[in-house]
Design a protein around this ligand. Structure first.
Ligand code: HEM
Length: 343
């Protein structure tokens, strides 16, 4: 989780996370939790009856409004602080290159900063929430699936050992040489999409779908979850089975690739998809290469098989589950340290 948080904060604000208790991570995590508690996008009563925005906050039943106002203050602090820091560093000429510094500089060059200031702040602020929870969910689903399916873990580990060996860590150049791992990752994207109903969209002009007229302004939610459970495309959809994506031609894979729905659709398709795919590949391949992941044991020494249990809500991830994760050998510790010194 810290790796994901620091990757996104570095890309967005040039902020390096160097300690366990990082101020920006703390603020952002708190904002993400409180936002989820205030109500998922498209699920709060005011989304369906917009006139309720004028409902006085002192009347009974105004909880949706008071919690939104409280969360809003926290979200504002979370996005203002790091943005302010980048602007100050730019003024002092010490800003690290990042999305925010690039957007601010471009905007100054174009003479549009006045109008774009708040937009840039919002764009940068949206990346943390959008990028961390989702990627963390896929990675925890990976750990859960590996604990429940030791045979899949072993196959992936054998493949990495044969292709990469033991003297270095896998990197993005190894991707095309690891078909089983690629199939396993593709199955992760299908098995549990972190945003099961995507992000609510709005129809910007009247549309007709399957005989239903959707008036302009209607909220539309894509049922990503049901696409992942389409039995015609994915037989026995509740079974975690990487092999369903193995030995396919490019066209065959393109026709059933779950990444076509897990990352959303159209003009608002996830813009962080490529980063997410790289991060997921690097973390899963490196964990498989250096660690043994398996079942933990109860006090009587019996292995515990965790159930597939996921949180419900706007974003969904595995519920807390027991597992064991240990370095494979003393040699891997050495390889990891060497890689860290080299990068
Ligand atoms: C496995 C990881 C991820 C998954 C499954 C995922 C999934 C999604 C989905 C389903 C949407 C809604 C698309 C739509 O409206 O149709 C979305 C939007 C978005 N994602 Fe991701 N995402 C992931 C990682 C990331 C990362 C790493 C970033 C940033 C670095 C990111 C940034 C965003 C942003 C900014 C939006 C809003 C785009 C808009 O509304 O125009 N996502 N993502």
């Amino acid at each position: 989780m810290r790796f994901n948080a620091s990757t996104i904060l570095e890309i967005t604000y040039g902020h390096e996370v160097t300690q366990q208790d990082d101020e920006f991570v703390r603020l952002a995590t708190q904002a993400t939790v409180e936002t989820a508690m205030a109500g998922s996008a498209g699920s709060v009563i005011v989304d369906f009856f917009p006139f309720l925005i004028h409902y006085p906050s002192w009347l009974p039943g105004s909880g949706f409004k008071t919690s939104a106002l409280k969360t809003r203050a926290l979200v504002r602090r979370t996005i203002e602080k790091p943005y302010q820091q980048v602007k100050e560093r730019l003024a002092q000429g010490v800003a690290k290159p990042c999305i925010t510094s690039q957007l601010v500089e471009e905007s100054y060059r174009n003479g549009t900063f006045q109008e774009e200031d708040k937009i840039i702040e919002g764009v940068a602020g949206s990346l943390y929430g959008a990028g961390t929870e989702t990627t963390n969910a896929i990675l925890m689903t990976f750990i859960l699936a590996m604990v429940r399916h030791p045979e899949a873990f072993r196959k992936a580990q054998d493949e990495i050992d044969a292709v990469v060996g033991h003297d270095r860590l896998p990197d993005l150049n190894d991707r095309d040489s690891l078909p089983y791992l690629n199939a396993l990752i593709t199955e992760l994207y299908r098995y549990h999409p972190p945003l099961p109903l995507g992000i609510p969209h709005t129809v910007n002009k009247v549309d007709i779908y399957n005989g239903f007229t959707l008036p302009e302004g209607s909220m539309v939610m894509a049922n990503i979850w049901s696409m992942s459970r389409n039995e015609d495309v994915y037989p026995e959809p509740e079974v975690f089975r990487p092999e369903r994506f193995l030995d396919l031609t490019k066209t065959e894979l393109d026709n059933i690739d779950p990444k076509d729905f897990t990352f959303g659709f159209g003009r608002r398709v996830c813009p962080g998809r490529w980063i997410a795919e790289d991060v997921v590949f690097l973390l899963t391949s490196r964990l498989i290469s250096t660690m043994n992941i398996g079942k933990s044991k109860d006090v009587d020494g019996r292995e515990i098989t965790p159930v597939y249990g996921f949180t419900s809500g706007f974003s969904s991830h595995p519920k807390k589950f027991p597992y064991s994760i240990t370095p494979r050998s003393a040699q891997v510790t050495h390889v990891v340290s060497r890689t860290m010194l080299e990068t």
